[in-house]
Design a protein around this ligand. Structure first.
Ligand code: AMP
Ligand code: ZN
Length: 459
């Protein structure tokens, strides 16, 4: 049984798919105006685990991730400049070049993290015609009104608006900035389409309602889900920042368009902090995966750090913790290295098979409990050195940590040195074998002598 903490009900619920054997998942993706930092990638790592867990439980997964290349303003409240336009101006490039560059960078890193590709990455700008249809439907159904700067969703027309995020609309009203968009009827109303005023610089523009404009940020997700998956989907994912505005607005739009709920289960990951601070430009603590690589940590070390906690818990990143996780990963790889070198044969094959099956079930059960990879990792730590390769294959399938692919990856030179050392020992030339041991240590592996011969390990 899979249990998930559903933001919509605030409860840990048993997962029951809408259609038998099928799970439709939509994950809100990146805004492609700059490099994604390690906090952003944590969210995709958690949802990769969700996807892999569903697959190992026998479900066919249909999954979409969107790429926001238009309309995400510097404030989530229809305020400020379009992040894409700002990014392009800063770099002296066109918005289209900026989008292309950062989409490529995102997908490159996504693959380096060995995250399962979704059925489709959907670019917001590929859905403009569908967006227009979405807006037209909302206009026709009287959910919107027009202001000088766009078409706004009238949240008072959707009485459940405050429910999802348990918003205090009265409190919001009291705290609203007085200078901001006096044409808005309710403080929570939001733009579904923005107009471009004469003289306003906005390179991405489409004609609609007899003037140039572009979609409001929240619209793309409702439109893409409508076109690609159909409502309601099983699981919608995002970060906790999406709860009060972005996802609340997606739900309102989709209801207005289709009279259906958007998703059955909503999962939101907590934010990663660094040295207990928010990840932000002003604090200068924005690390990318490349920054970690320069400090000697692979994308897999980082992925393993993320999965050594849980998506809903608070997570604080530090390099000392990452170092500890790197060692933990090395220990696991050493266990795999032992399997490759082991000449031991397990006498009772059937007993081994039963314990293997039990072990796989235990790991999957741990993860089925609201993606608790942390408790699954504690079980893996206890695996003896003489387990079978198939357990590690299962672990790799579930977590995508490339443990087997990366082990044993000793070089030709190391293989040669090991053979020479074996020969030296056979010839009882211990001086030479010790010399070869230190040579091997300089290349990153240690050697120990066992009754079954020499065994190497990653240092
Ligand atoms: P963005 O490109 O800003 O739209 O963010 C992409 C994804 O990263 C969103 O799902 C955010 O919720 C998520 N995110 C942003 N910052 C963090 C963080 N510090 N920790 C975890 N997830 C984050
Ligand atoms: Zn979204």
């Amino acid at each position: 049984m899979i249990k998930l903490k559903n933001t919509a009900t605030k409860k840990l619920e048993e997962f029951k798919p809408i259609n038998p054997n099928e799970v439709k998942i939509y994950s809100c993706g990146p805004t492609v105006y700059g490099y994604q930092h390690i906090g952003n990638y944590a969210s995709y790592i958690y949802w990769d685990l969700l996807t892999r867990t569903m697959k190992l439980n026998g479900y066919n997964v249909k999954r979409i991730i969107n790429l926001t290349d238009v309309g995400h303003l510097t404030s989530d409240e229809d305020d400020g400049e379009d992040k894409m336009e700002k990014g392009a101006r800063k770099e002296g490039k066109t918005v289209w070049e900026i989008a292309e560059y950062y989409i490529d960078d995102f997908i490159k890193n996504y693959k380096l993290l060995n995250l399962l590709l979704p059925d489709k990455f959907c670019r917001a700008t590929d859905y403009i015609e569908e967006d227009k249809k979405s807006v037209q439907t909302m206009i026709d159904k009287n959910y919107t009104y027009e202001t000088e700067d766009g078409i706004y969703f009238d949240t008072s027309k959707f009485p459940e608006y405050a429910n999802f995020a348990r918003l205090d609309l009265e409190g919001l009203k009291a705290g609203a900035r007085v200078d901001f968009n006096s044409e808005k009827k309710n403080v929570s109303d939001f733009a579904v389409w923005k107009f471009i005023k004469p003289g306003e610089k906005h390179a991405m523009r489409w004609d609609f309602l007899n003037r140039p404009g572009y979609p409001g940020w929240h619209l793309e997700c409702s439109t893409i889900i409508h076109k690609e998956l159909g409502e309601p989907i099983d699981i919608h994912t995002g970060g906790i920042d999406h709860i009060p505005i972005h996802h609340t607005n997606e739900i309102a739009q989709t209801y207005a368009m289709t009279e259906k709920p958007l998703a059955k289960y909503w999962l939101h990951c907590n934010f990663i902090t660094i040295d207990n601070e928010k990840i932000s430009k002003s604090l200068g603590n924005i690390y990318t995966l490349q920054d970690l690589a320069e400090k000697g940590f692979s994308p897999m070390d980082y992925k393993m750090w993320v999965l050594s906690g849980t998506y809903s818990g608070t997570r604080n990143f530090s390099f000392s913790d990452l170092e500890a996780v790197k060692n933990r990963r090395k220990n696991w790889r050493n266990k795999i290295a032992m399997i490759y070198q082991s000449t031991l044969k397990n006498a009772d094959g059937s007993a081994l098979e039963t314990s293997e099956k039990n072990f796989k079930e235990k790991i999957l059960n741990a993860v089925n409990n609201d993606l608790n990879s942390a408790s699954a990792f504690a079980l893996i730590d206890q695996l003896p050195e003489t387990t079978s390769k198939s357990i590690w294959e299962f672990i790799d399938e579930l977590f995508g940590l490339n443990l087997i692919n990366d082990s044993p990856n000793i070089t030709e030179e190391q293989t040669k040195l090991l053979a020479e050392r074996k020969k030296a020992r056979e010839e009882k030339n211990f001086e030479k074998s010790d010399e070869l041991r230190s040579k091997l240590e300089n290349t990153g592996i240690s050697v120990k002598d066992t009754p079954n011969g020499q065994i190497w390990q990653y240092i």
